[in-house]
Write a protein that binds this ligand. Structure first.
Ligand SMILES: [Zn+2]
Length: 506
């Protein structure tokens, strides 16, 4: 060790939600009391990293022995959790010990966990971490993470590394860096098709309207009538995600640890569909967990659909948790050192039995049963739903018909046309459009219909706007510039159905 090199530095990246922040890893080695410490890591992450890095250095033939090794992750105020800094820590120590020349780490960023034998392991969130890289940087990652990093298509050179020894060889220029695998297309499983759904005209129509306008929907019907079967066909009606949205969704999946390690996939442009169970935890639904704040189901459904099946079985606190993402398109997860935000702009598809007994041929529930059941539905959540079609048990006519049901591809064409119209008008789907812009295209009949509903007390202020948005989508699907009375009446039918589900006890 020469006295010239004091502190060695390596670069890494931390994530707060999907936001990447550059981290400087510093290493100092002295002759003090032997030990290995990591400053600036969150919780027990530093102590665990120290043990792994120390073992990996020994396995790679560079034991730190009876020296005092002090490392630090800066800036100190940013949260740093997980094992993603291991590789940078080890390399900074090696630079301090002059196993690596200082110039070897210029323009190099390292992300990877170290096994005790020196192997480099995959870490979550590599894809969004690339945002903290500078042009021309070289990123060293685990073999399993190289394909994911290459998906971003950025200017960084991605170098897969199998173990600490290979990292040293590459950084010293003694080994030719391997190249990340080329992204290859994965053939996705087919999306369920509406052609499989016989009958259910009202529900099919509402699903098409939901897809065209980005509206939230509640299926009401007895058990086993096909509510979830209908719901899972929504993504097949939605347009493919654009590149930005697909990349954002891949970043969410990356942090959640849901991208297949080692699989070099091109970006998945299919809108996601998630169907959590009512027994799920708050962390699994909204995000959280120990260590890294993992994105929840609401974020994994970003730009796609979230099915809340058996709505009235869901605990009230979980339903209340959906209000923020439904309102703002993001979810905030409180952590000890920072609040993490994840995108969560999903379309809600809820489904419920009309009552606890769920009987199609005559309800046997008492008035009290019904009241208790409906009280579980939070009023503010119903206020955010737009469509409430009835789903019925199949009639013999539906099953015996020779007339084939329409395929998803045909419905998706009408949906795409209506979405184009909406985007030309307001640069967004009708569910998110400025309300004044939509009001301007009300015909006289439509205006009267809405006014009468407000006067009759059927519509609250928010309900009025929601009905207007649905009416606009109905006119768009029909290729009309002006909304007319029939559009408003159909939209109002859904609001009345929602009020009925909610019951009179609100
Ligand atoms: Zn009943």
């Amino acid at each position: 060790m020469s006295s010239g090199a004091k502190v060695a530095r390596a670069r890494a990246v931390t994530l707060i939600g999907l936001d990447a922040h550059a981290i400087t890893v510093e290493a100092e080695v002295t002759q003090g009391l032997p030990g290995f410490s990591v400053l600036g890591a969150s919780g027990s992450a530093g102590r665990e990293a120290a043990d792994r890095v120390r073992a990996a250095l020994a396995a790679a033939g560079c034991p730190v022995g009876a020296r005092k090794v002090l490392t630090s992750l800066a800036p100190a105020e940013l949260p740093k959790v997980g094992a993603r800094f291991d590789l940078a820590l080890a390399v900074a120590v090696l630079a301090r010990l002059e196993v690596l020349p200082p110039a070897a780490l210029e323009g190099v960023v390292l992300l990877g966990e170290l096994a005790l034998d020196g192997a480099v392991r995959s870490v979550p969130g590599v894809l969004p971490s690339l945002a903290a890289l500078e042009s021309g940087d070289r990123l060293l990652v685990a073999d399993d993470d190289a394909a994911e990093a290459a998906v971003s298509g950025g200017s960084a050179e991605i170098v897969p590394i199998s173990d600490l020894g290979e990292a040293v060889a590459v950084l010293r220029g003694r080994s030719t860096p391997r190249r990340a695998p080329e992204p290859t297309a994965i053939v996705p499983p087919p999306v369920p098709d509406l052609a499989d759904v016989q009958g259910q005209h009202e529900a099919r129509r509402a699903l098409e309207v939901a897809a065209a306008g980005g509206h939230h929907l509640l299926f009401v019907g007895p058990p086993g009538c096909g509510k979830s079967m209908l719901a899972e066909r929504l993504p097949g009606l939605l347009p493919s995600l654009d590149a930005d949205a697909a990349l954002q969704l891949a970043a969410i999946r990356s942090v959640a640890g849901l991208l297949d390690p080692g699989r070099a996939a091109v970006l998945d442009t299919r809108p996601p569909f998630r169907a959590p169970h009512h027994g799920t935890t708050q962390a699994a639904l909204l995000g959280g967990g120990s260590g890294i704040a993992r994105p929840g189901e609401v974020s994994l459904a970003h730009r796609g659909a979230l099915l809340v099946d058996e709505l009235l079985e869901w605990p009230r606190r979980l339903l209340d948790g959906l209000r923020e993402p439904l309102q703002e398109g993001v979810v905030r997860v409180a952590r000890s050192r920072a609040t993490v935000r994840y995108p969560a702009a999903f379309q809600l598809i809820a489904a419920t039995n009309p009552c606890p007994c769920g009987s199609a041929d005559g309800c046997r529930c008492s008035v009290q049963d019904l009241q208790r059941y409906r009280q579980r539905l939070s009023g503010p959540l119903v206020d955010r739903l737009d469509l409430a079609p009835a789903v019925r048990r199949l009639a013999a006519d539906d099953v015996l018909t020779d007339h084939p049901a329409e395929r998803s591809a045909e419905v998706a064409e009408r949906v795409a046309a209506a979405r184009r119209t909406a985007e030309e008008r307001s640069a967004t789907a009708n569910a998110d459009a400025p309300i004044a812009l939509l009001r301007a295209s009300c015909g006289t009949g439509a205006r009267q219909g809405l006014a009468q509903a407000v006067d009759a007390g059927v519509l609250t202020g928010r309900g009025h706007d929601r009905a207007l948005r649905v009416a606009r989508t109905l006119a768009d699907l029909d290729g009309r510039d002006r909304m007319d009375r029939a559009d408003v009446d159909e939209a109002l039918g859904h609001r009345l159905a929602l009020l009925a589900v909610e019951g009179a006890d609100r």
